[in-house]
Each structure stands twice: as C-alpha cells, then as structure tokens.
Design a protein around this ligand. Structure first.
Ligand SMILES: [Zn+2]
Length: 277
C-alpha cells in the first residue's frame, strides 16, 4: 500500500520540478576558467572560510551515522545466538510501568528500561524496584528532549544529570543511552564516545505508543524479530497515551519467543558489554 501512494507523489514532485525548469530557467553555459575567480585576490577572503566549508551542507542521516559509528551506535546484537532483548522506554510512571514489572516478574524475564531523569525523580521507588528485580537501567535523557536541537551544554547536562540520578539508585553509571525519538547528532555521538557510552536504538519497533491493541503490538514485533533483535516498547507514555496493548501483549510475546527457543536477555547480555560502572 505504501509504495502505491509514494510513487505518484514522487512523480508529481519530479514533474513539477521539470515544468519549473523548462518554463523559467534557460539552460546555462558551463562555467569555464573558474580559476580566474580564485586568482582574483582583490576581495578579502572570509575569515572562517567559505560558507560551504563552515556550514555542513549535507548533515549525515541517522542511517549514515549508524554506519559510520557502528561500534558504538547499535540497533541489534549478534544474529549468531537465539537471543533478543526487550527494552522499554520513557519509564517510569506509576500506572503502566508497575504493570509491566508485574508481568516480567511473573514470567521471570529481565528487561532493559531506558528511563527519563525527571520521571525517575517523580517515581524513584519504581526504579528501585526495577533494580531490585534484576532489570537493567539505561539513560533516556532528563526530560525527553530532542537532543540534536540542544546546545552542547544542554545536551551534556541531559546525559550527566540523568546518569547521576540513575547511579544514586542503581549504584552504577549506565553504559547505555537511548536518545529520545532515536535522534542524535554526529557531534553528540562523538562526545558520548569520549565518555565510553554506547548508543542503543532498536531494530524492532512495536509502535505501541500509537495506542495499538495487544494483537497489533504482537504482530509488529513478530513480523520484524530475528536473532539478536533489540525490541522497542514503552513502559510509560505521554499524556493520554494508552499502553494497555503492550501490557496485555507481554505474556504472549514472552511465551512465543520461549516456545521458539529464543532466550530473552538484557541489553548488556545481548551486546556482551558492561551495564555501567
Ligand atoms: Zn522515549
């Protein structure tokens, strides 16, 4: 279905561009002897260099960044073992998170929670419970900011402050960070690398934040899951977001993986990295 509407839209865009070109722009002669311009030294040079050099005209896409920094920007683990990691973002709240913890406890599964700092401050007991029940805590920023929009100082503060809060409760500063919305800039990746952090996104998106029912959540997960997958679900939402589907689907998700010989592990187990220090 997707391809059916993307193709006409794309064709329309190209055609309208063509029409614009043919009606308003005459073909231009190729530039020759461009060295003549650079040889003219009567115009003072721009202090910091040309616009094209100083601005980044082609910022790398998230896909490019993952390829460039593949040792520290991860979406999945090794496909050689029949293991997957359940991960839950945006926790804690005092409604959905305890219900998810109840299911995980009942089933004997350890998961990884990417917590939001100001929510941890609001519900520290729930994060204490996560730690006590053997789950792993990762950093999901202080207030769920879209990190590439922040100044360096504000970005670093989001990470450091939340690390501090997590350490107060778990006893470790987490190795793993998941940027809100999965968004991160190259400069931010470099800074995280200098702090020995590992960025963990996902390769299976349940899309549970859309308020899907349990069947839809299960369908999304099992359509994409493969050995080594990191599965994204949410243990708390934004205002009005209903995560009942994730809570109700969780027992079946666990049983289905186990019935197929797939072990449910935490992110540090899947990636063979320390949880923190
Ligand atoms: Zn989030």
């Amino acid at each position: 279905m997707k391809a059916l509407w993307i193709v006409p839209l794309f064709a329309l865009t190209v055609c309208s561009g063509c029409a614009l070109y043919h009606t308003k722009q005459a073909p231009q002669a190729p530039l020759k002897n461009i060295s003549q311009y650079s040889a003219n030294t009567s115009t003072p040079d721009l202090l910091q260099g040309s616009e094209g050099k100083v601005r980044n005209p082609h910022p790398l896409s998230l896909a490019d960044l993952r390829a460039k920094y593949k040792s520290i920007f991860l979406l999945s683990g090794s496909p050689s073992k029949r293991e997957v990691a359940l991960t839950f973002d945006d926790a804690p709240d005092d409604h959905f998170t305890p219900r998810i913890l109840d299911v995980l406890k009942h089933e004997g599964v350890k998961a990884t929670f990417f917590v939001v700092g100001n929510r941890l401050e609001a519900h520290p007991d729930i994060v204490r419970r996560m730690v006590k029940e053997g789950h792993i805590i990762g950093n999901h920023s202080y207030d769920h900011a879209n990190l590439p929009k922040l100044s360096d100082a504000d970005f670093q503060n989001q990470v450091v402050k939340t690390d501090h809060l997590i350490r107060m409760i778990s006893g470790y500063k987490p190795t793993f960070i998941r940027p809100p919305y999965g968004n991160i800039s190259e400069q931010q990746i470099k800074w995280l690398a200098s702090k020995h952090k590992v960025i963990v996104n996902w390769n299976v998106d349940s899309l549970d934040w859309k308020g899907l029912n349990a069947e839809q959540v299960k369908t999304n997960i099992f359509a994409q899951a493969q050995p080594g997958s990191i599965i994204l679900q949410h243990a708390a939402g934004g205002t009005g977001e209903d995560l009942s589907g994730t809570v109700q689907a969780l027992p079946d998700i666990i049983h289905n993986f186990r019935n197929n010989g797939v072990k449910l592990v935490t992110v540090p187990e899947l990636l063979d990295l320390p949880k923190g220090k």
